[in-house]
Write a protein that binds this ligand. Structure first.
Ligand code: NDP
Length: 333
């Protein structure tokens, strides 16, 4: 077997030198386990947090050990009830060509229902993140204004479309005109802002949001969020999903003191983790699946080919290489 391990912990933006390929003898699965061949792996911004040696909601990656994360594979050998050779499963074995996994730690995917890659995106972790953050915390109402940062990414483009389904006016912020064109022309976003070129951002936001902002779904943090906060309306809601603009900072910077504004406008700011909604996952997947089938929810996947290119695909998240969910195809079948 071959797998990627962390070679060293990055300071600042991760680079190829922080990853290394290791080889190991492949064992056979024991009772309750499956041997799977990896077909696709997901690369996700939260993995940057696991490269730090710091306590967080998921344990840090150990140097030299396989980098785990969302993955899809085909069962080559099953020692577990309910699974057979040829089944497609999604799990968390990650950046490995083959995985020996506990059958309880994976779910079977029905390739007849949807393309299997959706289990890592719109009908998987990122879709559920958008779903629960938008509906349980943001709760957009018809006619309200919803702003989403990181709008051209996996979570962001689903958030904006759920906002449209709920009747909100949706403004997306991303770092590329190509992404913004897609959001507006293909997904029906009402307005789009390029945070790199539409400067000053505060003025661009004011033009795009003449009635203020009722829901701000934050994927990014930093300067973008600083520009959004002063436009929040009374009783606005902020699903605090991610802060990718800060993940590579070694030292936290001090931003403007925003809490007084949140206080006087009685804003709800709530951090959340998609895992908090595990008990409602089936319900979320059902509704997302229905919207996809009805053509009301579109998704995009940015697929890079080849096991060797996994680290590069991951690093690309921090320079905005991806339109939609970033995946790597490791094997054809
Ligand atoms: P994306 O598909 O959105 O990929 C990351 C995108 O972030 C890039 O394409 C880039 O787009 C943008 N970006 C990168 N660096 C910066 C920066 N410095 N400033 C502004 N934008 C930047 O990733 P996901 O959709 O998977 O994740 C989005 C966010 O949601 C992340 O913060 C992630 O950590 C969080 N998340 C949280 C979960 C939870 O449970 N709370 C679960 C899943 C994700 P651009 O071209 O616009 O710069």
């Amino acid at each position: 077997n071959e797998y990627f391990a962390l070679a060293s912990r990055p300071a600042g933006t991760p680079a190829l030198e922080h990853f290394t390929v290791k080889k190991e003898e492949l064992n056979m699965p024991e009772d309750g386990q499956l041997l799977v061949k990896t077909l696709y792996v997901s690369v996700d911004p939260y993995m940057r947090g696991r490269m730090k040696d710091a306590k967080s909601y998921s344990a840090p990656y150990a140097i030299g050990e396989p980098i785990t994360g969302g993955s899809i594979g085909r069962v080559l050998h099953s020692r577990a009830d309910g699974f057979k050779e040829g089944d497609i499963v999604a799990g968390g074995w990650g950046w490995q060509r083959y995985g020996i996994i506990d059958s309880k730690a994976c779910r079977r995917i029905d390739p007849e229902l949807a393309p299997i890659t959706t289990a890592l995106g719109v009908l998987g972790m990122t879709g559920l993140t958008a779903y629960f953050g938008t509906l349980r915390i943001g709760n957009p109402q018809p006619g309200e204004t919803l702003v989403v940062s990181g709008a051209g990414g996996a979570v962001g483009m689903i958030v904006g479309q759920i906002g449209k389904i709920k009747g909100a006016r949706v403004i997306g912020i991303s770092g590329s005109d190509e992404k913004n064109r897609y959001l507006k022309e293909e997904l029906g976003f009402d307005e789009v802002i390029n945070y790199k070129t539409d400067q000053p951002l505060a003025e661009a936001l004011e033009r795009a949001c003449p009635d203020g902002i009722d829901v701000y779904f934050d994927n990014v943090g930093g300067d973008i969020t600083d520009a959004v906060i002063p436009l929040l309306n009374r009783n606005a809601r902020i699903p605090l999903c991610g802060q990718i603009s800060l993940y590579n900072q070694e030292k936290p910077e001090l931003g403007p003191r925003i809490l007084p504004m949140l206080l006087t406008r009685t804003v709800l700011l709530k951090g959340f983790l998609v895992g908090d909604y595990a008990a409602e996952q089936e319900e979320g997947l059902r509704e997302l699946g229905q919207w996809v089938r009805e053509g009301r929810l579109k998704y995009r996947e940015n697929i890079i080919d080849g096991f060797d290119n996994i680290p590069e695909a991951f690093i690309g998240l921090f320079s905005g290489e991806n339109l939609g969910k970033q995946l790597v195809r490791v094997a054809e079948d």
